[in-house]
Write a protein that binds this ligand. Structure first.
Ligand SMILES: [Zn+2]
Length: 161
């Protein structure tokens, strides 16, 4: 098993084409005469560290880094920053804590039974949830520079045949 996976593993070099870690749609290949690679889909440019099998996206600060494990890219890392599970936990708390609090308040203090007012706490709870979810999504998009514009362009191309 170990042997088999070793044979199938490929190393990261300038000759190959690799999946783009940003858009996960395009392929990255070497740019002519440069120590860099570019994606044919989202046009993102990466600098290369062959010794460490690393790809770096310098267009943002701090740069995002991926490491080639022989088969695919590892999770994106901010250079010099460890994004551990603590951040994920904080994000989940940020989404669910206010929603739960407002939900509890809405449940424990039911308003007078007026048709519109009765629904207000539920709408409020849902809005709180959506707003906090949107903030977390926005932070993820900002941090990982997800190329939404490139996806939209691709959807347009696909629609127009
Ligand atoms: Zn790409």
């Amino acid at each position: 098993m170990m042997r088999r996976s070793k044979i199938l593993a490929t190393s990261f070099d300038y000759q190959g084409a690799y999946p783009c870690p940003v858009c996960r749609v395009g392929k990255i290949t070497r740019m002519p005469l440069m120590e860099a690679m570019a994606c044919d889909f989202c046009q993102e440019i990466f600098t290369v560290n062959l010794e460490q099998q690393q790809l770096k996206m310098p267009s943002r600060q701090p740069p995002l880094i991926w490491r080639w494990n022989g088969f695919s890219w590892t999770e994106a890392q901010l250079e010099g920053v460890e994004l551990g599970w603590g951040y994920g936990l904080a994000a989940i708390a940020f989404i669910f804590l206010p929603t739960t609090l407002i939900g509890i308040v809405a449940y424990n203090f039911p308003p007078t039974p007026h048709e519109f007012i009765t629904w207000l706490p539920y709408i409020w709870t849902i809005l709180t949830f959506l707003l906090h979810l949107a903030i977390i999504l926005w932070i993820c998009i900002e941090v990982y520079q997800i190329p939404i514009a490139a996806y939209l362009r691709a959807i347009n191309r696909w629609r127009n045949g």
